[in-house]
Ligand binder design. Structure first.
Ligand SMILES: [Zn+2]
Length: 197
């Protein structure tokens, strides 16, 4: 019989996305065999993230303060706003080094089947940001899959009447693919060749 602390760890690990019972067990045994310092570092890092990292009040990226580094950086262009599904997508766009504007993280996509409507995303906050008239172009950089396209279309219909230039990443990203996993060169090309909606 497996000791209780081990079962507890396996049960917690198995709750992580993409981790099944088998993988959870393997990770638990790995942690058990690793030097004790590693487990201490890992648990401290976990608690630190939960305690200290929060969402930026403007763009909803991650930050330790009220506003994130992207929002605070005076060198970034206020006129251009890149809308992404999640923080991982934002990091992917950032890695291309092609985009020098600001970001807005939706934290999801419209998905009627999963009960995700506009009010579950940071859309209200996006519209509120546009009030000061500084933004001229909005790049809708949601993923090139069904839900990402539907979300971009929904946003385009809201933004166009406001007189904003709305653009979408060029084709060339693998359909159904995830920005997060696109290679830098492909994503940079898609960004440079973005098309008006
Ligand atoms: Zn921010």
């Amino acid at each position: 019989m497996t000791p209780d602390p081990m079962n507890r760890l396996v049960a917690q690990l198995a709750k992580l996305p993409g981790i099944g019972e088998k993988t959870a067990q393997r990770l638990a045994f790995h942690l058990l065999r690793a030097p004790k310092g590693y487990a201490q570092e890992l648990s401290a890092a976990l608690l630190d993230v939960v305690d200290k990292v929060k969402l930026c009040q403007r763009c909803f990226s991650l930050t330790e303060g009220e506003l994130c580094g992207f929002c605070l950086d005076p060198r970034r262009d206020e006129r251009s706003l890149c809308v992404v599904e999640g923080v991982a997508d934002q990091m992917a766009v950032e890695r291309t080094r092609e985009f020098k504007g600001r970001y807005h993280v939706l934290h999801g996509v419209l998905s009627p089947l999963e009960g995700v409507g506009p009010e579950q995303l940071r859309i209200k906050e996006l519209l509120a940001r546009l009030g000061d008239g500084q933004v001229e172009e909005i790049i809708l950089a949601t993923n090139p899959d069904v839900e990402g396209e539907a979300t971009a279309l929904y946003l385009m219909r809201l933004l166009k009447p406001m007189g904003l230039r709305t653009t979408r990443l060029a084709q060339g990203l693998p359909m159904g693919g995830d920005l997060e996993f696109a290679d830098q060169a492909t994503l940079a090309r898609a960004l440079a060749a973005r098309r008006d909606l």
